[in-house]
Design a protein around this ligand. Structure first.
Ligand code: COA
Length: 415
């Protein structure tokens, strides 16, 4: 019970800055006000932090967490081990891992007050909104803010990793008019989540594949939600607000929300034969094809490669999904039409097919992404605190010159 006794191996570890992470402040000469940096919409190519957590090679389709290739972690690690690696910088020893797993297991339950609060949410509301509100509410229960206390940091990490899945599963049952079910201590992290969601103990292969999915989604450098987390962290607010702000950012269709839209798109297309005309029409209409394209990758996203393999493993065990053929045809035709622009399947293209086979409702795909990405957000939270300076970029003002306020009766009529 390391976090209780104060003797956790995690607490004795170096607190930020992370090993290998150079200090941030003053690293580069700042442009003078007279020579502002050029405006880059979406901050494309603009470094907004230094980080030792995750590296992407978008030309070769490579992704590493703390130097470890994602493929190795997805096949050999567990989500909690990977979360430990991301947040604390090293693969845990067996004692550290057992300690972390035990602490997470002990903190899975959420207060009846949070469950009651969720019962007041509209059943038709999106589970991402429910998750954002519930994650933020944790700050009410754990209001002490001691960002320089390693025990506070460890406890906050444990609570968030432990309780986010419970809150996602609880809202799923509550919106169906049922009472949430309590976590089962004999089940590991992913198996327990699937159990709380479906009220059935999951098949071990399904639980293992789901755990790999969490590893694949756990971190991805300075994407929009992680940037959001770092900006929020930089104000020195509490970690629950950090995660809640990131959940809100992840929800959008250009970010985590795309995985829901991919399945809708595949269903709308309906058949392998319909793919080519549908795609040509969509490209002609300058529509964005959901599940394709990425700011960093100019080749197929390595996570999409692994997810496709996981989908095939699931189909072998639990039966085929005809939508998979539509997806494969889509990938082939899109490679001809969009490949020359560096647009290939991203992480969201195959993840929906995996979750659908696991029996997960579509609007829970993004909350599941959030369960996984909480590990990455917390790693960035720690790293940000290790070399903090509040984010306060500048802007190029394009509004009116100075003008005088006019009384209502003197204002010209609206055109
Ligand atoms: N389908 C068709 N064309 C696409 C495309 C897609 N999915 N993604 C990018 N493009 C095209 C744009 O139309 C644009 O073409 P143009 O230069 O001829 O105008 C060009 O590629 C650059 O697109 P842009 O939107 O500026 O790229 P970005 O780096 O700002 O956006 C994404 C990255 C991920 C937001 C974008 O690819 C997208 O919207 N994808 C679909 C949503 C999605 O799957 N999101 C999940 C991301 S993991």
């Amino acid at each position: 019970m390391a976090a209780k006794s104060g003797a956790s191996p995690h607490q004795n570890e170096v607190t930020p800055p992370e090993s290998g992470a150079p200090p941030v402040r003053g690293a580069e000469p700042m442009p003078t006000p007279a020579a502002p940096a050029p405006f880059r919409p979406g901050l494309e190519g603009v470094p907004a932090t230094q980080s030792a957590i995750c590296d992407i090679d978008g030309q070769r389709g490579l992704l590493t967490y703390r130097g470890y290739p994602l493929e190795q972690l997805a096949s050999n690690s567990s989500f909690l081990e990977t979360a430990h690696l991301l947040i604390w910088g090293q693969l845990p020893t067996i004692f550290q891992l057992r300690d972390f797993e035990r602490e997470v297991q002990m903190h899975r339950r959420v207060s009846f007050r949070i469950r009651d609060m969720m019962k007041c949410f509209p059943a038709g509301g999106h589970p991402m909104d429910a998750l954002q509100a519930s994650a933020a509410s944790l700050g009410l229960f754990y209001s002490r803010r001691a960002l320089d206390d390693p025990k506070y940091v460890f406890d906050a990490v444990v609570r968030l990793i432990a309780k986010i899945p419970t809150m996602v599963a609880a809202f799923q049952l509550i919106r169906k008019g049922q009472d949430p079910i309590q976590p089962r201590d004999d089940l590991a992290y992913s198996a327990n989540f699937l159990y709380m969601l479906t009220e059935r103990e999951p098949d071990p292969v399904a639980a293992r594949i789901f755990d790999s999915c969490l590893i694949l989604h756990a971190e991805h450098s300075l994407n929009a939600s992680t940037f959001s987390a770092r900006v929020t962290a930089s104000t020195l607010t509490d970690p629950y607000a950090v995660v809640a702000s990131a959940v809100g950012t992840l929800a959008g269709p250009l970010h985590g929300g795309a995985n829901e839209d991919v399945l809708e798109m595949l269903e709308q297309i309906g058949s392998v034969e319909a793919v080519e005309p549908w795609l040509d029409q969509a490209i002609k209409a300058k529509k964005k094809i959901m599940g394709f394209g990425h700011r960093e990758y100019k080749v197929k996203d390595p996570r999409a490669v692994i997810l496709q393999g996981l989908a095939e493993d699931l189909f072998l065990r639990f039966g085929h999904d005809p939508m998979y053929e539509v997806a494969r045809r889509m990938e082939a035709v899109a490679a001809e039409r969009l490949g020359p622009k560096g647009i290939y399947p991203n992480v969201d293209f195959y993840s929906g097919l995996v979750y659908r086979k696991l029996g997960i409702p579509r609007d829970l795909f993004t909350p599941i992404f959030a369960i996984a990405r909480t590990a990455g957000w917390l790693a960035h939270w720690r790293e940000q605190l290790g070399a903090n300076r509040i984010y306060r970029p500048t802007q190029i003002y394009t509004g009116s010159g100075e003008r005088s306020w006019l009384p209502l009766e003197n204002r010209p009529a609206a055109v």
